[in-house]
Ligand binder design. Structure first.
Ligand code: 4NP
Length: 154
């Protein structure tokens, strides 16, 4: 099998998907798993910006530094480069399905469908919320990262 390549996609690529990227990097490293991991947003609003300071703070509190990440917009090439593309919520999933080139072999799905008990749920968007929601976001993306590593290690 070719090396798995996983892309997480949210709206702005400054809150949820960089945290998902960071959580999977940490879990994959712990498991000694060699996978390509990246994140992107469907919107172009924050291209080139670092993750939101609150996302950086929650990642840092869990021992992961995401200060060097920079937001980018998902593009057609992503559907050839990545084996799996995970949307953080349903609106993003719908956007991905709209822009996916016909015949793409990338598996496109909702991230929390891989977490038992959370199937069909979105990862809460913390951007307009209280700081504490970033901790909830981290809990969700960490649970998903652990599931993905288990599946990819099998
Ligand atoms: P993200 O959060 O999609 O998890 O990165 C958001 C970031 C920015 C905005 C909305 C959500 N915004 O409206 O600028």
């Amino acid at each position: 099998m070719s090396r798995p390549a996983i892309l997480f996609v949210c709206l702005g690529n400054i809150c949820r998907s960089p945290l998902a990227e960071a959580a999977l990097r940490a879990e994959a490293e712990r498991a000694g798993l060699d996978i390509e991991i990246d994140s992107a947003g469907t919107a172009d609003w924050h291209i080139g910006k670092p993750p939101d300071a609150r996302a950086q703070a929650v990642a840092s509190s869990h021992g992961v530094d995401i200060a060097d990440l920079r937001a980018r917009q998902v593009c057609a090439e992503d559907f050839a480069r990545f084996t799996h593309i995970y949307a953080l919520d349903h609106k993003v999933l719908a956007s991905l399905r709209t822009i996916a080139p016909s015949g793409t072999r990338a598996k496109i799905g909702l991230l929390l469908d891989c977490v038992p008990g959370c199937e069909g749920e979105p990862v809460p968007d913390p951007y307009y919320g209280e700081d504490e929601i970033f901790e909830v976001t981290w809990a969700y993306v960490s649970a998903a990262a652990r599931e993905l590593v288990t599946r990819l290690s099998a």
